[in-house]
Design a protein around this ligand. Structure first.
Ligand SMILES: Nc1ncnc2[nH]cnc12
Ligand SMILES: [Zn+2]
Length: 322
């Protein structure tokens, strides 16, 4: 039983972590009909594109600092209850601009939620600002400049998510250079909907410390050896990969093969209520279905904290709590 294990999560989209019950209460607050994207307590989508549309519809229900403080506290309390001592949240200032809240008040609300959850449960949390790939290079550069200049102490990293099949990685090199030059740590979604070449391009052009998913690297033995040799950490999200059809069933995700090849892997929920999962469930599945021992799961948690975008003192504190 993995409920008693300490956990850490590096890959979860804040707007992708909204429990359906909270979506319904937000919809009542703003008088929005949710039938198009939420039915019988389940989000309605059938492929990646319609998943993103449902995700955007849910995100549009969070319009104030208080809304985001509530969402952040709700998710971090759930994580802490599952034994998590550390969480990195992917936050999207584009969504804040879309609803007219503005990025600064968005980040302030999330920061309040982080502080409230930490005061109550001790969970440590940092934010990774996300640029949305399908909004194009200029918009991702806007997100990078925002992350670089916002001065929010919880912001420690930059990422790109969204529709992986749009554009080429090289189009976004300048955005990542802006973030890196400002001292932000780098991760990027790759090797999820696109194959091994998307992981190789990400490594060659963006030089990330971590890769979001990266699991399609399994298609190329030389690339797997490179990931292992370079110590690149994969933010693996098995439940997400199944829900989105990246792999057929839970016996297929290559977590065990990547781990056996010496690749540093971590467990993550990505967008838990959208994919019928949670961090607790990911640990439990890795144990019961994939056969990982508690020692191996604890090693993945350690890997996550060693790869966390935090200052060294916080990292030492977290490792001591493991
Ligand atoms: N799994 C995923 N891939 C790319 N962009 C996302 N945004 C939220 N979840 C995502
Ligand atoms: Zn993701």
């Amino acid at each position: 039983m993995t409920a008693n294990l300490k956990k850490a999560e590096l890959h979860c989209h804040l707007e992708g972590a909204v429990p359906p019950a909270l979506t319904l209460s937000q919809a009542r607050k703003y008088n929005v009909d949710t039938d198009a994207f939420l039915r019988d307590g389940t989000y309605v989508w059938h492929d990646f594109t319609s998943f993103l549309a449902a995700y955007d519809a849910v995100a549009a229900l969070f319009r104030s600092e208080d809304d985001y403080a509530l969402l952040t506290e709700t998710y971090l309390d759930e994580l802490a209850a599952a034994g998590a001592i550390y969480s990195e949240l992917f936050v999207s200032p584009d969504h804040a601009e879309t609803v007219g809240l503005g990025a600064d008040r968005y980040m302030a609300g999330i920061g309040r939620g982080i502080e409230a959850a930490r005061a109550r449960t001790g969970i440590e949390c940092r934010m990774v600002v996300v640029g949305l790939r399908h909004r194009g290079p200029e918009r991702v550069e806007w997100a990078a400049r925002y992350a670089a200049s916002c001065g929010n102490p919880f912001v420690t990293g930059f990422n790109m998510a969204g529709e992986e099949r749009v554009g080429a990685v090289a189009d976004y090199a300048r955005a990542f250079a802006i973030a890196r030059d400002a001292g932000l740590s780098i991760t990027v979604h790759a090797g999820e909907l696109c194959g091994a070449s998307s992981v190789r391009d990400a490594l060659d052009i963006l030089r990330p410390a971590r890769i979001g998913h990266g699991v399609r690297a399994i298609e190329d033995a030389e690339l797997v050896a490179r990931l292992a040799g370079d110590g690149i950490v994969l933010e693996v999200c098995p439940g997400s990969n199944i829900a989105l059809g990246v792999f057929a069933d839970l016996t297929a995700p290559p977590l065990r093969r990547l781990h056996a090849a010496g690749v540093k892997v971590t467990l993550n929920s990505d967008d838990p209520p959208f994919f019928g999962t949670s961090l607790q469930r990911e640990y439990e599945t890795a144990s019961r279905v994939m056969g990982f021992t508690d020692a191996e799961l604890n090693e993945m948690t350690r890997t996550a904290i060693e790869a966390a975008f935090v200052d060294e003192r916080t990292r030492a504190d977290l490792l001591a709590r493991l």
